[in-house]
Design a protein around this ligand. Structure first.
Ligand SMILES: Cc1ncc(COP(=O)(O)O)c(C=O)c1O
Length: 481
């Protein structure tokens, strides 16, 4: 496509074919998207299941057939067709209900399409002159999300992040900037590994870890730990643990943190989606007492990665990220009214991830999102009941969100039950039949054991989709015994 500039000049890509080096625009991208989607569909059909069969070697062999950095290119259409097919054939595909290991969601079509629009226009969120509408839209969305998290706060704020990891890092940073450099992180042993990394990255001491009970942080134990400290603390609670989806008792934890003068951060990367569900919202009671909250819509929000957020109870807290780079937010530009976006992230160049979230939210509304959240949680509850009723499986505990932990009874009768479970999981991966997760969790007798994990994020899958999988797991475990 040739684009004519207002000054009358046009441009044609030089040296390589017009299509191959064409810039992104509605027509040029449309043609390539059609080619890519056809190849993608063929790749998905060729894979036939949630994962390529044959393990890492088979995938590496397919990739080794082409040079990803040739001297002479093969052209845009050929390259996108070839690599889209390779990627689709070799993907772990969360659109398949049996791809249920991680907080790895099937993206909604509307969100994926919106992400394409963002890629074509390529706004960069570090200055207004690179992203006028995208920055206004991001502000409007973050204001709404902040109010959803903090309905009673006067000046809540929210920032867009690349996910739970960056949200947790930002929270610990803001806590340190507020409470001082002696800060120590106090978290449950159920907290996400990014919490300890945040402390490490910020030069803070290793977090003090409080033992949990059934994957939940115990407020009394937390209070006892905080009472021993002679330095400021940031308490990290979790609303939706990675292993089991458990939600810490947030209201009681908030009271303990407040009494100790600690910052409270709630990592709600998984469970924050309950904010959309009128019938499950009560599970988050007390979340608005936190100083900061991590959210992550590329988990229970059906967004393509990345779609993280952090909400804070007051804009004075987020303002601590303010920074200056003359080429992006010169003081006189800001005084003249150009919005200053640079201090709304730890990053500089930044994708307009708010765009796909806003498109999705406009399309479904919070009620529609809540309905999808409820479907996943209801499915998990019913799958858990099916595990309980299954003669050859047992359940770790009732799901709080959409995670089901189960253990084949064959593992309990084996000399090394954990090894058996690990090999059942790897066997299913190797066959390309199912992608199940794993979690080491205390059993009813207090002994840590390995469990298989189903993280159910597919909003259109029903319990019936999973019943044959339960039988398959039990059969595999029986055979491994
Ligand atoms: C509870 C929790 N917090 C944070 C994260 C990190 O999120 P991300 O992978 O988006 O950085 C995860 C990831 O699974 C998580 O489960």
């Amino acid at each position: 496509m040739v684009r004519v500039h207002a000054n009358g000049l046009d441009w044609v890509p030089a040296g390589v074919g017009e299509t191959t080096a064409a810039l992104a625009g509605a027509e040029t991208v449309g043609g390539l998207v059609a080619v890519a989607l056809a190849a993608l569909g063929a790749g998905v059909r060729e894979r036939g299941g949630p994962l390529p069969a044959g393990g890492p070697l088979a995938v590496e062999r397919a990739i080794a057939k082409m040079d990803p950095l040739p001297v002479d290119g093969i052209g845009a259409e050929a390259a996108i067709a070839e690599l889209s097919a390779v990627l689709a054939t070799g993907s772990a595909d969360p659109v398949d209900p049996w791809c249920a290991a991680h907080l790895h969601c099937p993206p909604l079509a509307v969100a994926a399409a919106a992400d394409l629009v963002a890629s074509v226009l390529n706004p960069s969120m570090d200055s207004w002159d690179q992203a006028p509408a995208a920055s206004a839209l991001e502000r409007a969305l973050t204001d709404r999300v902040a109010r959803l998290c903090y309905p009673r706060a006067e000046r809540p704020d929210a920032l867009v992040t690349s996910g739970g990891t960056e949200s947790n890092l930002t929270a610990v940073l803001l806590a340190r900037e507020t409470l001082g450099p002696d800060l120590v992180v106090v978290c449950g042993d159920n907290s996400h590994h990014s919490v300890a990394r945040a402390a490490w990255l910020l030069g803070l001491p290793r977090p003090i870890t409080v033992p949990t009970n059934r994957d939940r942080l115990d407020p009394d134990r937390l209070a006892a730990t905080l009472a021993t400290l002679d330095r400021p603390a940031v308490v990290i609670a979790t609303a939706g643990t990675t292993n089991s989806g458990a939600i810490d008792p947030l209201a009681a934890i908030a009271e303990v943190a407040r009494a100790a003068g600690a910052w409270l951060h709630v990592d709600a990367a998984y469970g924050g989606a309950l904010l959309f569900s009128s019938c499950r919202l009560a599970q988050l009671a007390g979340i608005d007492q936190a100083d900061s909250i991590a959210l992550d819509l590329h988990k229970l929000g059906w967004q393509p990665i990345a779609a993280g957020m952090i909400a804070c109870r007051d804009t004075a807290l987020t303002a601590k990220l303010a920074t200056n780079a003359d080429y992006l937010n010169a003081a006189d530009d800001t005084e003249a009214g150009l919005p200053d976006l640079l201090g709304r992230s730890l990053r500089t160049s930044r994708r307009p991830d708010a765009f796909k979230i806003a498109v999705t939210a406009r399309a479904l509304g919070t009620a529609g999102l809540g309905e999808l959240v409820d479907r996943c949680c209801d499915t998990a509850t019913q799958v858990a009941s099916a595990v309980t009723a299954h003669p050859r499986l047992r359940l770790w505990g009732e799901p709080s969100l959409s995670t089901v932990l189960l253990r084949p009874r064959a593992a309990d009768e084996s000399d090394d039950g954990d090894a058996l479970i690990a090999s059942v999981r790897r066997g299913l991966l190797d066959d390309g039949i199912a992608v199940l997760g794993r979690a080491t969790m205390p059993d009813a007798d207090g002994t840590s054991r390995l469990w298989l994990k189903l993280t159910l994020l597919h909003p259109h899958a029903t319990p019936e989709h999973y019943l044959p999988l339960l039988d398959l797991v039990a059969d595999k475990a029986d055979r491994c015994r």
